[in-house]
Design a protein around this ligand. Sequence first.
Ligand code: AMP
Length: 577
Amino acid sequence: MRLASGLPNLPFFRPLVSHDPQSTSVVHSASGRTFSYGNLIGDVILAQDKLEALGDRSLKGLNLQGKPVAFLAENSYDYVVTLLSILAADGIALPLSPSFPAAELRYILDNSQAEILLATEKYREKAEQVLDGELVKRPVLEYIPKLNDGAISPANVEFRDMENPQGGMMLYTSGTTNRPKGVFLPHSALAAQTKSLVQAWSYSPDDRLLHMLPLHHIHGTVNAILAPLLAGSSIEFTFPFNPTTVWDRLARPFMPNSNTIPPPKPINFLTAVPTIYHRLLGTFNTLPDITQKAAKEAILPENLRLNISGSAALPTPIKESWTKLSGGNVLLERYGMTEVGMALSCGMHFKDRVDGSVGWPLPSVEVRLFDLDSQEVIRPGEEYDANKRERVGEIQLRGPTIFKEYWKNERATEDSFMEGSDGKGRWFKTGDMAIRKQVSGAGQSGSNWAKGPLYFIQGRQSVDIIKVGGEKVSALEVERELLALPQALEAAVVGLPSDQWGQKVAAVLVLDPKHANTGTREGKPWGILDLRRALKEKLSEYKIPQEMRILENGIPRNAMGKVNKKVLKRDVFGESS
Ligand code: AMP
């Protein structure tokens, strides 16, 4: 057992203690309740001590180092304290989604062999329900008290050296192909990911980030909690996402004669998934005029410093509508995944937010494209084949931001890496396909990473690369064109088996009722022939969908706005291949 209290001397905790202890770290948006960095550090130390005492008491002196500690907590200050205290105790923080059914949470507990399950009062029942079922190993259940007793002066924080840190964070993948896998991100990867983002996107103590995302994904945790905390920014939680609430909050500091005294600090940083921007745009016109006016001001480029989109491809119409509404603010698109954090990002200069592109390798991330057919690296200058067609390659990544392993799954870990020929380490095979090309006028950010050729995601190799008679079609490219049609509100493109071509392109659409009858042949509903005619000028013949289905109630998506195409194909076309 450790004798002295304090924090570990890890790259993440040192900067945390260097922030002004009076400055705001976390805000609960609905109540306006705020917590300072002084509170946060004090509470993390207390919670860490409690956690270690729990290890001693209930687990017979169990050392939590490198052991998964699962937790169920609402998006709140308590979540942040819990996450950081597990990291400080050198355990592996495993945030569970309260929205998952008990059976799925049980699977995660079994798979991770978590020693402890922490839950806030709000999820008491859920935790009990989870532990009520069959479990291979039953974790000790402990409730997280409401915290806010810790207030500590940075001068009183003792740092202790940690020789061989073994903890970090574990997130479960969405499991679109197999059962979810635990992705273990050690302290070193978390430190490298957050440092890279702070450098690239210039998080600062002046930033107030509005947090609207679930907290069992990399986007909500690393980009929207750990990186802002590293930089001393403040995080304001509003969850679950509600577009009207978000607009009201954005607008409030800009309302004339605001009753709130003093008005809250303006939000200057948003990071979200495309569906969130889509829903914000869709509700804007329902707001009272006065709110609309203030909200527009709130998202002007001079007030909203950064608006980031990622986790799924950003459709051009959403990007364009946002720019129009915000008086010229351009969404910054980036690409990442659970296993690697963020890997590619567009630049800070508006000209470096090139449509359809995810930009350049972020600081400390090494990226290469690997041609899966010829099994060779697509080196700079080799981006086109003999017929001048763009070569699509798998994105492979290397560097300190990459995860360590799939938890207790050596086989899957081995399979996901490829040895490099330069002796400088192995590459993680993302399964995502991209092309790389130079874009004239881009590269204006003046940074040392946002320059050179840019990456354009084509989709996942397993579902988005459709092979039609020997030609490769990117589902994402076709979706982009479909979404540019006034008739299409939502689109997902999949490949179906075809006797003639091997595979054929098929589209699943949700139509916009306002435009569903424009551009149709007389008296007929908008159909596949209209779609094909509309795309004739835009896409080569083989890329144009040969089949189409219309859904009435939206395309099913997960909490991060992602479509599970394997499930969609099965449900809509009855295809499982
Ligand atoms: P997850 O690990 O759940 O965050 O999912 C990661 C996956 O989301 C990646 O492997 C990509 O397939 C997809 N993804 C993330 N960002 C983007 C983006 N900007 N454009 C297209 N796909 C993306």
